[in-house]
Design a binder for this molecule. Sequence first.
Ligand SMILES: *Cc1c(COP(=O)(O)O)cnc(C)c1O
Length: 393
Amino acid sequence: MFREIREAEKQFVVQTYKRAPVLWERGHGVWLVDLEGREYLDMAAGIAVNSLGYEHPAITEVLAKPGLIHTSNLYYTRPQVELARALCENSFASKVFFCNSGTEANEGALKFARKWGKDRRQIVAFSDSFHGRTMGALACTANPRYRQPFEPLIGGVRFATYNDLDSVNLDGEVAAVIVEPIQGEGGVRPADPAFLQGLRRMCEARDVLLIFDEVQCGLGRTGQLWGYQHGGVEPDIMTLAKPLGGGLPIGAILINEKVANALEAGDHGSTFGGGPLVTRVAQSVFDTINGPDFLKQVLEVGEQLHQVLRRAVARHQFVLEARGRGLMWGLVLDDKVPVADLVEAGYKQKVVMLSSGRNTLRLVPPLILKAKHVEIFEKRLTAALEEVALALA
Ligand SMILES: *Cc1c(COP(=O)(O)O)cnc(C)c1O
């Protein structure tokens, strides 16, 4: 049965993905279940998407209720407006634009920045960044492997070095700076608070917009509602996507009044963006994550996970560093140990993990992870690391 599906995938699906040899049949809580009924501890959450895990009542109860799925943005719908209000009332923002993915949110943010900037067309982005795969978002993404086959991308983007203020030059016709408060795909790298504060100051001095891409690190992932709260500075534009829809596709561009004033009817649009079904689910996801004690729990369990990773660093020479915040962690490996081997050893131990950047193991579990799950994770990670260590010897 699995073999049949693998062969059909190869025949009928565009071959742009390298898939793990596993087929997920269902999930519950923080557990994923494969074709044979084996249960795996999920430390990946569908790439930081399934923040409430699987079959969470906050999502299933909304999905079970009848209601409109789509009407287009030609008309008013209540759930879209209510979600926009909730996002604004709980962030720096004064207005929200809804779209359908992270790359689309960043694409829109770049358009808004250029509309605001008038003659100023340039964007400053950073080394090891990831902002998505469409032409504008890709132009701001550092990885040459993703960029080069598709050049020329949009012009006017230049790169500075992440966490290095001295490398940032806002001379010329710069409209905006785009940065991840914690880089996700680039190796789980938190920005130094001083770096974000310095960017804020420089943008202020030059009248340049500051865009925070919180597609991965936003909405509770770091133990604060927003990643920017760790830096103590606010952006002019923030993009969201991954966790917002509880697994349904949604993106959002949050903007302050300054940016909102530069936009008018017809400047941007989306057929599906902010539809009534996805925004009803997103509202329920948002209310759960923003509910009492939810983030306190993320911080506590996150600290426990941090300790597990620190013990791994102490035990193995090839494990160099644990870095991250909340429930977003990277375990940096020595270059001679391919992170893919550790991810593969994890499948054998029934734990689902991700890689990130050149050689970093990435852990972005559902935010409902509990202490007892971290204990199970430590056993399975330890066994996977032993297997990798044995292969090295
Ligand atoms: C995943 C990601 C994106 C792209 O999101 P898609 O929904 O895959 O288009 C953009 N920025 C960051 C920081 C991401 O992690």
